[in-house]
Unconditional design. Structure first.
Length: 261
């Protein structure tokens, strides 16, 4: 377990690389997190060094394709900061982005707090605390040059590859009555069309949302009203480049898009 000084030092290294747009092979051995708990401790310090405020949370690796992409065995949680949010229909910079993928996602905005407690939150309890459902696009990246070999502890420390995020308008459809497992958003990129699938997100985006609430519960963190949770890609990550326009049509749930420069 890293001590307080090591955690602070590790966070300073990662923050400097984020600000400079540079990459690192790995944290120095004496600063390298050895567990998920170490990773989350470093991540928590990063929040205090961001120019933005906490906007919400992301889940990395909720699909088999996502897990293979970063070479981890299961989901990781990361913070989304307000200064990383791109307006729907806006333009995202490719500067410093080496991962270069876009991901269509289901995102939930919370309507009330879910504080930590002894017993796990059930899916129904978590859904009851949700205010709105949104189509979204995540544009992940990592400070690690070889993110596939960094390991889950270092990736968690690095905000679970959180980079840029696009939130669409809240859906006006009655999403609570829908089977999100079978929703198939249509992605358009460079004239090609791709179909995502709700079942790719831990089997169900609602299960992924509950996973995030319980991951935070285990860390003693309250999932707060107003925070957004994006639940992970529903299609294998799609390669992007400058000049692309990435558009996702979630049918009755709405649309979301972003351009890249």
């Amino acid at each position: 377990m890293l001590d307080k000084d090591q955690i602070a030092a590790a966070s300073r290294v990662l923050v400097q690389h984020w600000r400079d747009g540079t990459k690192i092979d790995a944290l120095e051995r004496n600063l390298r997190p050895q567990s998920r708990a170490d990773g989350y401790a470093i991540q928590a310090v990063l929040e205090n060094q961001s120019p933005g405020k906490l906007f919400g949370w992301k889940i990395a690796a909720t699909s088999e394709a996502g897990q293979k992409h970063i070479n981890v065995a299961g989901p990781l949680a990361g913070r989304i900061m307000s200064d990383s949010v791109i307006a729907d229909g806006g333009t995202a910079s490719m500067k410093g982005n080496e991962m270069r993928v876009g991901e269509p996602e289901f995102a939930f905005r919370m309507g009330r707090d879910l504080p930590p407690r002894a017993a796990p939150h059930t899916v129904d309890e978590v859904l009851a605390a949700v205010d709105t459902l949104h189509p979204a696009i995540e544009i992940p990246d990592s400070r690690f040059a070889d993110f596939a070999s960094a390991g889950e502890a270092q990736l968690i420390a690095d905000q679970a590859c959180a980079h840029l995020f696009v939130l669409g308008a809240p859906t006006i459809a009655n999403w609570r009555a829908m089977d999100l497992v079978e929703e198939q958003p249509r992605i358009t990129l460079r004239g090609q069309h791709y179909l995502g699938h709700g079942k790719n997100v831990l089997g169900d985006p609602r299960i992924a949302l509950a996973w995030l609430a319980n991951e935070l519960r285990g860390l003693g963190i309250t999932l707060r009203a107003g925070e957004v949770v994006t639940t992970g890609t529903c299609h294998p990550p799609l390669t992007i480049q400058a000049g692309d326009h990435f558009a996702v049509d979630f049918g009755v749930l709405g649309k979301v898009s972003v351009a890249f420069a």
